[in-house]
Unconditional design. Structure first.
Ligand SMILES: *Cc1c(COP(=O)(O)O)cnc(C)c1O
Length: 412
């Protein structure tokens, strides 16, 4: 007799995007005449093709794989040395941050890393999670049995929720109570808010005082345009003793379908074992990676390496500028429509307040039926997301301009 993981039944199972897909399908089937006008600003996926430097590196790597002399089989599970060195040098040491090559673990995505990290952390940790939030942080903890049941609003017993609301600029301050693990995402999906240096200093101070660990998701780091917003948690003194950083090439290099990311685990980061000793996490993450993973494809790692070439860097900048240009257009459009708008400056998302009296799913339906634009209702990201909706700037310029025009034309 085999048993399954009971914790899966607690999940508010994949409610958000399937529900969006269901409503879009129902609308397009009922309205075939306008269905062709549909513009999707829902799911956070890039739209523009891979940078030329990446494409060239991929082609070259395919040619290498096609001859015996340069063919590669299994590579190092934690990534090829040349990619780890390029990352540590360009993303950290070039900015004066101390990160060694072997503290970089190359992976097939930050989504996986954010979930997998729980393998090396204990089950007794008190866990703090922002609300609204990237659903992966919550759901992976539910699956791991770190929570009780969810209540009516979808909040799970046992988690400490950190409300992200206009009053705190959508960046939570450390809670009064002690917790052991804290998820932070800056710039933020879904709110588009970035944490300031002072806000991150408060978190590092809190983490050190409580011997807690910060799980810092910097997937949108490339979108920071304003000074005073750290690109890495390691810009804060003391963070090497209390933080793991996740970064991804998905939103910077357009790698959502190509798959490559990395996790930084400093060798100076320690946590407690059951015998009351503090031990480094780095050997555990290495062991976990070499046991459960066989590495990112050679081709893909060559593609990622090309993002650090001079041409690659310029092309990434251009990509990011393109999406941020869309974000500016969307912010303007929503403002002209009389809506209250946040984000869109240091992130490819704009976070819009729903007009008084309207819930985020009602706004979703209105924008779908009257403007044929798909947005994401804030309620799908957590109870504090109710009263807001997210508009993604991942689109062509023409689509962003059209969405801005249609938002302005809406009557509330
Ligand atoms: C898109 C995104 C990621 C990146 O995930 P990948 O698996 O690397 O594609 C990570 N965190 C957040 C919050 C994201 O929105």
């Amino acid at each position: 007799m085999a048993f399954l993981n009971e914790h899966f039944f607690k999940l508010k199972a994949g409610y958000l995007f399937p529900e969006i897909a269901r409503r879009v399908k129902a609308f397009t089937e009922a309205n075939p005449a306008t269905a062709g006008r549909l513009i999707r600003c829902g799911i956070g996926d890039v739209t523009e093709p891979l940078p030329g430097a990446v494409v060239a590196a991929l082609h070259k790597a395919v040619d290498e794989m096609s001859v015996r002399e340069s063919f590669r089989g299994y590579g190092p599970e934690q990534g090829y040395d040349w990619l780890r060195a390029a990352i540590a040098q360009n993303d950290y040491r070039a900015h004066g941050l101390e990160v060694a090559d072997d503290e970089i673990f190359v992976s097939d995505g930050s989504k996986c890393d954010c979930g997998n990290i729980l393998d090396i952390l204990g089950h007794k940790n008190r866990i703090a999670i922002p609300d609204p939030v990237y659903p992966v942080y919550v759901d992976t903890n539910v699956m791991a049995g770190h929570t009780g049941e969810a209540n009516e609003q979808g909040a799970y017993a046992g988690l400490v929720y950190l409300p992200c609301v206009p009053d705190n600029g959508f960046v939570p301050a450390p809670p009064k109570e002690p917790v052991d693990l804290v998820y932070l995402c800056s710039p933020n999906n879904p709110t588009g808010a970035a944490a300031t240096r002072a806000q991150l200093e408060a978190w590092v101070e809190y983490a050190r005082r409580h011997e807690a660990i910060l799980l810092f998701d910097a997937a949108y780091e490339a979108y920071i345009t304003q000074p005073g917003y750290p690109h890495s948690i390691y810009e804060i003194p003391g963070a090497r003793e209390c933080a793991i950083e996740f970064r991804s090439f998905s939103k910077s290099g357009g790698f959502t379908g190509t798959r490559c990311a990395f996790t930084v685990v400093p060798k100076t980061l320690l946590a407690w074992d059951d015998k009351g000793e503090r031990k480094p996490l780095h050997p555990l993450w290495l062991r976990r990676t070499t046991t459960k993973f066989n590495g990112v494809p050679y081709l893909v790692q060559r593609g990622a390496e090309a993002l650090y070439s001079p041409e690659g860097k310029a092309q990434v900048r251009a990509l990011v500028e393109h999406y941020l240009g869309n974000a500016r257009i969307l912010v303007e459009g929503a403002k002209k429509a009389g809506l209250t708008v946040f984000g869109g400056v240091n992130a490819p998302y704009i976070w819009v307040q729903t007009p008084p009296g309207l819930g985020s799913w009602q706004v979703f339906d209105k924008i779908l039926t009257e403007a044929q634009v798909v947005i994401t209702p804030g309620a799908g990201f957590g109870s504090k997301g109710e009263g807001f909706f997210r508009v993604s700037a991942f689109n062509s310029r023409a689509n962003a301009e059209e969405v801005a025009r249609r938002l302005q034309a809406l009557k509330w």
